[in-house]
Ligand binder design. Structure first.
Ligand code: AMP
Ligand code: MG
Length: 348
């Protein structure tokens, strides 16, 4: 398959390229497009054949359901098989368009390939002009997972999608790096207490402000527990090198990373250290990447996936990462880091 790659200027998105991409979606093809979270790999959510092309392009297991992206409320009502609950209305009013995915009972219009056979469907309205405009012009909801090869870090920059996906999809629409940098928060509001199935771009603190009590699915912390969200069970976000997270007091963390790194270097191995701006000078002997100031979890989210891919480019043999605080977007960042490290956490 030959992929057409277009670069869009955010100030002037109404181009022929966007019209062409929308036509490709309508005709059953695949389009990669930017969203505020990460780049998505989209196809017509109402057509099972189109949807199967997404799984093929990513090498995604077919039991991992997709998120359906919509641009207006008529699309939402078409996709869901239940009346809008009060909680759903509140979440929609506060967080859409934005990085929040809500689980609903699915309507008959959504093929089972989208939901991996579940009777629920995950839906969100993205907060990105290109994404919204593509959905609007296509005239159909777009099913779209992150546009990476399954298992790799999600793509947040045009070069990431080009690297993974050229000749695997029909069209790639590129623009700048994505704003948020981690995927959407997935929330299940069907029970008494709303449950976060995947932490993401909308924080637990923000959700609690709007809904009151909100819990987090325990599998997010415990790798042994089967998650309620099927996709959470897979190895994900993994850089090529094995990675360990070091967690504890700041001084002890630094000492431990220096000790471990020296051992590996003495063996002739190339060591990568994932840290924050305030600490990066400490690791001068190694390949150091900072994800921003330790005070700013937005920066960490924005930079994390690029940092993980950067270590691949540097061809390091092992990565030691400082744990960051799990407040605000730090919860989503640490969730991705833990998965990237296969839950290999060293407490000091
Ligand atoms: P991605 O599209 O790669 O960002 O992944 C989508 C995430 O949403 C995965 O973790 C899925 O398991 C989750 N998801 C999609 N549909 C559902 C659903 N109906 N119920 C629970 N989780 C879902
Ligand atoms: Mg993904």
């Amino acid at each position: 398959m030959k992929t057409k790659v277009y670069y869009l200027d955010e100030k002037n998105i109404n181009t022929k390229a966007l019209d062409e991409a929308a036509a490709v979606i309508r005709q059953g093809g695949t389009v990669i497009f930017p969203t505020e979270t990460v780049y998505g790999l989209g196809a017509n959510a109402l057509d099972e054949k189109s949807v199967s092309r997404i799984f093929e392009a990513k090498g995604r297991p077919s039991d991992n359901p997709l998120i359906v992206h919509i641009s207006n409320y008529d699309m939402l009502l078409y996709c869901i098989g239940e009346p809008l609950s009060e909680k759903a209305q509140k979440l929609i009013a506060y967080f859409w368009p934005g990085p929040l995915t809500i689980i609903f009972k699915k309507s008959k219009g959504i093929p089972k390939e989208v939901t991996a056979g579940l009777d629920t469907v995950a839906i969100r309205m993205p907060d990105d002009e290109i994404a919204l405009s593509l959905i609007k012009k296509s005239g159909v909801p777009i099913a779209a997972p992150s546009a990476n090869i399954s298992g790799k870090p999600s793509p947040t920059a045009p070069e990431h999608v080009i690297m993974d996906m050229v000749n695997r999809v029909d069209v790639i629409l590129c623009t700048s790096n994505t704003r948020v940098g981690v995927e959407s928060t997935v929330i299940d509001i069907s029970g008494e207490t709303p449950l976060v199935l995947r932490p993401g771009g909308v924080t637990l603190e923000e959700l609690r402000e709007v809904l009151g009590e909100v819990e987090v699915d325990e599998s997010i912390e415990e790798p042994g527990i089967t998650p309620k969200s099927p996709g959470m069970k897979y190895i994900h976000y993994a850089p090529k090198a094995p990675m360990a997270i070091i967690r504890g007091g700041e001084i002890k963390v630094r000492e431990k990373i220096l000790e471990l790194s020296k051992k590996e270097k003495d063996k002739g191995l190339k060591v990568g250290v994932l840290t924050v701006d305030e600490n990066k000078e400490s690791y001068g002997d190694y390949e150091v990447i900072s994800i921003g100031s330790k005070e700013d979890s937005n920066q960490a989210a924005h930079n994390l996936f690029d940092a993980l891919r950067e270590f691949d480019k540097l061809m390091v043999d092992v990565i030691y990462a400082e744990a960051i605080s799990e407040n605000y977007l730090g919860l989503a960042v640490m969730n991705r880091m833990k998965k990237a490290a296969g839950f290999n956490i060293i407490e000091v």
